[in-house]
Design a protein around this ligand. Structure first.
Ligand code: ADP
Ligand code: MG
Length: 310
């Protein structure tokens, strides 16, 4: 018989603690709530498999505690088993952060009331600090988890299927809802893939998801409400294409699309009310919007409308 190497033991036990995307989001959110946060922002990229980021405005982690923040069985929440009798925090085992470090790449940025600036720490497999640098974030803690299950290929593949990805995202939404219900004063946001938009569900009843006027189709470029003929055409095209035989065409979808471009590639000074903008790389922006709509609504049978010349 042989004793397993420490790294193997760590990976085996961590992979039992950290089992899914929603599990990571839950652990990180509970740490934020334990830190007294009144605001939590959750961001996911590629359904959380590429990046999960949870940012809070809680009390932060004191500089003296940072070397052990992700070392397993270090916790600031209890000192002994007796403390369990009056436990008021979600966490107590000091296991989550350390376990996440064993199955993903983790960075923690934190600032307490007493710190002048925040510090970003990159952690290694064992939860120890690999590097640190000053950062610009305000008070609170941001935990970024990259490449979840990078060293557990079977699990990563399992969670990568379209069906599983969507299921996990739904679970994350439900989790946030649950906290929103139990903590009505908490400000909570969830962003997936920086897709800053809300579109009517594919095939949704058009009488409730469209309008006969274009004023409920909100297009923002760099947070500026704008009117843009080509983008509008594209949005209508993808939306209406789902209702090929429907008499209720010539309607405008009720939706919100937020586009962010470099300020240098945007001319906003076209009209006094600044609602018209010129995009330097218009074709590229239209192609990106088109790709987004195709991924949401599926491929469209007819060809895309030609872009108008500005
Ligand atoms: P536990 O929550 O059981 O203590 P974790 O591994 O989740 O274990 O976290 C370890 C420690 O790191 C916590 O006890 C806490 O001191 C600190 N910590 C983690 N996340 C945060 C956060 N968002 N804000 C402040 N402190 C945090
Ligand atoms: Mg915890």
């Amino acid at each position: 018989m042989k004793q397993l190497p420490p790294d193997t033991v760590r990976l085996l036990s961590s992979s039992q603690v950290i089992t899914s995307v929603v599990n990571v989001v839950k652990e990180l959110m509970e740490n934020s709530l334990d830190a007294g946060a009144s605001s939590i922002d959750v961001k996911l990229e590629n359904y959380g498999l590429d990046r999960i980021e949870v940012r809070d405005n809680g009390h932060g982690i004191k500089a003296v505690d940072t070397p052990v923040m992700a070392v397993r069985h270090f916790t600031s929440k209890i000192c002994s088993h007796e403390d369990m009798e009056h436990l008021e925090t979600y966490g107590f085992r000091g296991e989550a952060l350390g376990s996440i470090c064993a199955v993903a790449e983790v960075a923690v940025t934190t600032k307490t009331e007493d710190d002048d600036i925040s510090t970003q720490y990159t952690l290694n497999f064992t939860g120890d600090i690999l590097s640190q640098k000053p950062s610009h974030l305000g008070q609170g803690t941001t935990v970024s988890v990259l490449k979840l299950f990078k060293n557990l290929p079977v699990r990563r593949q399992y969670y990568s299927s379209t069906k599983k990805c969507k299921e996990e995202l739904k679970k994350v939404q439900e989790l946030l809802m649950a906290y929103a219900i139990i903590k009505p004063d908490l400000r909570l946001t969830l962003v997936h893939n920086k897709v800053n938009g809300f579109f009517p569900k594919p095939g949704a009843d058009h009488s409730s998801t469209s309008s006969s006027t274009p004023d409920k189709t909100f297009i923002f470029v760099n947070n500026r409400p704008v009117q843009h003929k080509d983008i509008m055409k594209l949005l209508c095209h993808h939306y209406i294409a789902q209702y090929l035989d429907d008499p209720g065409r010539n309607r405008y979808p009720i939706l919100m699309l937020k586009i962010t471009v470099s300020p240098s590639s945007l001319d906003v000074n076209l009209t006094p009310d600044k609602t018209q903008v010129l995009l330097l790389n218009k074709e590229a922006v239209l192609a990106a919007v088109d790709a987004l709509l195709v991924s949401f609504y599926g491929c469209q049978p007819s060809s895309d409308p030609p872009a108008e010349k500005d």
